[in-house]
Design a protein around this ligand. Structure first.
Ligand SMILES: [Cu+2]
Length: 483
């Protein structure tokens, strides 16, 4: 969602809360009003003295406004959808979702509410769905009460008793399949007391896809059950797609602001070691509970599949802050989001000094400096001697520049590999026979956006050597010609 939409949302939410207050004051008035805007609906009516409201639903990464009202009867309208969606560049997948987003919308209620969950299964869908909310005390968390075939709709109510952030998911059929296909989300039960107000709230979900190597009908990858049972996902993503929180869709905030993230982990298999590179969580509501006091000064929170966490932090220094699962190899599978922070520098909090002891402080901004560490690896040390040729190959999204390099046999070359895109990349040079496994030479690390790596290579026998990025082996390829 763009900045303008977010601004509009802020205004609308204020209006909405004001209306809720007015409605609360006229409990016996015959009211029926519906507000429908792109991305959310809100409605309220009073029937026989019992106020009923329709909850506000917005698509992630947005969170609905705080609940500022007495406990009441809240209706939540959910719809199971099965739709094609691009989950990674060039990768379409038949995603299953609640209301068309992954994760499904953040449902926001308060302690004491009677929550009426209505689940509709679109008639054009192919399979049974339901919903199990972890905020429910009752069989299946509501799953049995909401088993709906395509074209059906069912409902149930539950009393929201425990404050906190809870996962919900589809529990129909092979449950792991439904979650991996995208059917999970979170419900926030606001407590009677709560943490301090923050300037911005975002909603982030992590989960895994298990795609088949061989496409199914229509060239669309299928869910690979073998990979799912082996817990070896092809993609680990935030908000349903590898780039959901990148490019134009980064989270945005300003220095001096406080931010709260509602984070849920759909799984179905992996525990998230959720971390923001360059930030410390001032408060972490571990497991999503709002009944226990938050932990303070936390670097990384564990979020089990079917679990959640709420984290608060203040922003002091501008720059791009990366949301990751600190099981960091998963970044290569797509698990990377960006929080883009703009505003004035705060040199007392963070300052890059450049070369220690140099007379002039580095003009490099702290944010830029943080993004430009250089990693070095030597693939084949060799005997040394002779000049080392320097060659720079830039890694964009998803292309090498240049993608053709001429070198001399027997020489030594040092590749400098700046990553200018938003995706992580690496480089691997094949053997003369074209093999990318045994005998191939690669930089051992993944180079994250804004970072740079080096690879030293003793140029072998003449011939043509292919190279590629292991993460984007189809698009990111090149050739080294050795003479
Ligand atoms: Cu389902």
């Amino acid at each position: 969602m763009g900045t303008l939409s977010k601004l509009a949302w802020g205004k609308i939410s204020t209006i909405h809360i004001q209306r809720m207050r007015n409605w609360a004051r006229h409990t016996h008035a015959p009211l029926l009003a519906v507000v429908v805007l792109a991305g959310f609906t809100a409605a309220s009516c009073s029937t026989g003295g019992t106020e009923t409201i329709q909850t506000v639903l917005v698509a992630p990464p947005n969170a609905p406004p705080r609940v500022n009202r007495d406990a009441t009867h809240v209706i939540v309208n959910l719809e199971a959808r099965e739709e094609l969606r691009e989950i990674a560049p060039g990768v379409e997948y038949r995603e299953w979702s609640f209301n068309g987003s992954v994760p499904g919308p953040l449902i926001r209620v308060r302690v004491g509410d009677t929550v009426e969950i209505r689940l509709r299964n679109r008639s054009e869908n192919t399979t049974l769905h339901n919903i199990d909310l972890h905020a429910v005390n009752g069989p299946g968390g509501g799953a049995e009460a909401t088993n709906v075939a395509p074209g059906e709709e069912k409902a149930f109510t539950f009393k929201a008793k425990a404050p906190g952030l809870f996962t919900y998911h589809c529990a129909a059929g092979i449950v792991a399949d439904h979650i991996s296909n995208g059917m999970y989300g979170a419900i926030l039960v606001d407590g009677l007391t709560r943490g301090p107000a923050v300037d911005r709230e975002f909603y982030v979900g992590q989960h895994e896809y298990y795609l088949s190597d061989t496409p199914g009908p229509g060239g669309i990858p299928q869910l690979d059950s073998t990979k799912l049972l082996a817990e070896e996902p092809t993609h680990v993503v935030f908000n349903g797609a590898t780039r959901a929180l990148q490019g134009d869709d980064v989270l945005r905030a300003n220095t001096g602001e406080t931010v709260r993230l509602y984070v849920t982990n759909g799984g179905p298999n992996l525990i998230s070691s959720f971390h923001i590179i360059g930030e410390i969580f001032d408060r972490a509501y571990q497991y999503g509970t709002l009944m226990s006091p938050p932990l303070q000064g936390i670097q990384t929170v564990l979020i089990p599949p079917g679990g959640a966490a709420i984290v608060d932090f203040g922003l002091d220094v501008p720059g791009d802050y990366k949301l990751v699962d600190h099981a960091i190899g998963r970044v290569s599978k797509g698990g990377l989001g960006i929080l883009h922070v703009i505003g004035g520098e705060d040199p007392e909090t963070f300052q890059a000094l450049g070369v220690p002891g140099a007379a002039e402080p580095s003009p490099t901004s702290p944010a830029t400096a943080e993004r430009s560490p250089t990693r070095t690896s030597t693939a084949t040390p060799g005997e040394g001697g002779g000049a080392t040729r320097e060659v720079t190959i830039a890694m964009g999204d998803n292309v090498f520049k240049p993608d053709a390099v001429d070198l001399s046999a027997g020489s030594r070359v040092r590749f400098t590999l700046p990553s200018a895109g938003l995706q992580p990349h690496n480089i691997r040079i094949a053997t003369l026979s074209g093999a990318f496994d045994a005998g191939a030479v690669s930089i051992p690390e993944v180079i994250l956006a804004g970072q740079s790596g080096t690879l030293t290579w003793d140029v072998p026998d003449p011939g043509t050597y292919k190279f590629r990025c292991d993460i984007h082996p189809v698009e990111m390829t090149g050739i080294i010609t050795v003479k």
